[in-house]
Design a binder for this molecule. Structure first.
Ligand code: BEZ
Length: 257
């Protein structure tokens, strides 16, 4: 999940579960890469509403889920009261040499500075422990974000790079940071994962859920016009057979302490 957004908690955890549950569904294959072993102690970093933490729990590991969003942690706790969930910031984890693995799905593109999070992850792991993560990589959803930024400018507003809330590194860039934090990088992959966004309003819903910061300082009615323009201009490229297909690009990494 991806709730290391800002200092303020603007995640709607219930809406997230209703409209964006695909995020944890895609995470199932990352669990295979993690290859959890019974009895291992694993940290789910950016646990969101807890679905993957629960999958890990059911596979027999001792799991702790952390997320920066209190709303997400409360929803996760409501759904899976048998699991310990906590509010924690990825750049400032409160653990030392505790985990056999740190697992993170669809979160780390929200986290900056990345190196600070990598130091915190490294510190949380036992010697020999592994860090297994997937998140947005270089070029992720760029067709969508380029068009939003273009339409913001066309509407007469400035777009400051600081409003772009994501970090989408190449595997070269991220592996270098991992090595700087002390990891031995044993696996790194960058791949396209075209992602269907449900129904005719899929793109609008996605922008509403995840892209709010791009519109900071823009009045609601202008924002709505911009989103409509984005939909119109991208329809020929990203809309197929009744679904929007977002141009997700992922990176996957494994690092060993
Ligand atoms: C992602 O998982 O790549 C992502 C999700 C929401 C906003 C930006 C990126």
């Amino acid at each position: 999940m991806e709730s290391f957004q800002t200092t303020e908690d603007n995640w709607d955890a219930k809406l997230y579960d209703i409209k964006h549950s695909f995020v944890s569904k895609y995470g199932n294959s990352l669990v295979e890469l993690l290859n959890p072993q019974q009895g291992e102690k694993i940290l789910d970093l950016g646990c969101g509403t807890g679905d993957l933490a629960n999958k890990l729990y059911e596979s027999g590991v001792e799991i702790v889920g952390v997320d920066k969003s209190q709303n997400m942690v409360e929803q996760a706790t409501r759904k899976y009261s048998q699991i310990q969930f906590k509010v924690q910031d990825a750049t400032n984890l409160d653990y030392n040499n505790e985990f056999d693995a740190v697992f993170s799905n669809a979160t780390l593109h929200w986290v900056q500075p990345a190196i600070q999070a990598l130091h915190a992850i490294y510190k949380s792991l036992k010697q020999g422990g592994r860090f297994v993560a997937e998140f947005g990589g270089k070029g992720n959803v760029q067709t969508i974000t380029d068009e939003i930024i273009l339409q913001i400018k066309e509407a007469g507003f400035e777009f400051n790079k600081k409003q772009f809330p994501w970090f989408y590194p190449s595997i070269a860039e991220y592996s270098t940071l991992m090595e700087e934090a002390g990891f031995r990088v044993t696996f790194a992959q960058h791949f396209d994962r075209p992602t269907p966004l449900d129904g005719v309003n899929g793109l609008k819903n996605w922008i509403e859920m995840f892209g709010n910061h791009l519109f900071d300082g823009i009045p609601d009615h202008t924002r709505d016009e911009i989103v409509t323009n984005v939909e119109n201009n991208l329809k020929g490229i990203l809309y197929k057979d009744g679904n929007w297909i977002a141009d997700y690009k992922r990176i996957r990494v494994i690092g060993v302490k």
